[in-house]
Design a protein around this ligand. Sequence first.
Ligand SMILES: [Zn+2]
Length: 149
Amino acid sequence: MSIIRITKEFKFEMAHALKGYIGPCKNIHGHSYELFVTVKGEPVNNPGSSDNGMVIDFKLLKGIVRENIIDLYDHALVLHKDSAALINDESRELYGKLITVDYQPTSENLLIYFAEVLKQKLPENVILHSLFLRETVTSFAEWYAEDNN
Ligand SMILES: [Zn+2]
């Protein structure tokens, strides 16, 4: 039996603001994020199955990540709930796709949240190994299952 890791890459555009941060990231601004989702498992050994030889069909993995993360966060503004409370009904439309969270929306905290979501949505035989989130050309954060057991 061999355990194999496979990775699917995603891109999304997202705006955020860091409440209380001393620096320009306290202002609403956006990033072109890159998310790498790495899962591991034993390739299916069932010649009669469509996913024979696969840890998980890339198409299935793509669907799970798109549905639960990318489609929600792409072109969204993500704000801490205390910041979002400052947006009144009249200006609400201007902010369109607004997601309020109860954590500071840094790459680190987004990864913690994304990991929890994906762990619940992946098939039982597929383990979430790691997440990589690139925020800028020179900055990224990583979540590893082995660090968080
Ligand atoms: Zn930022």
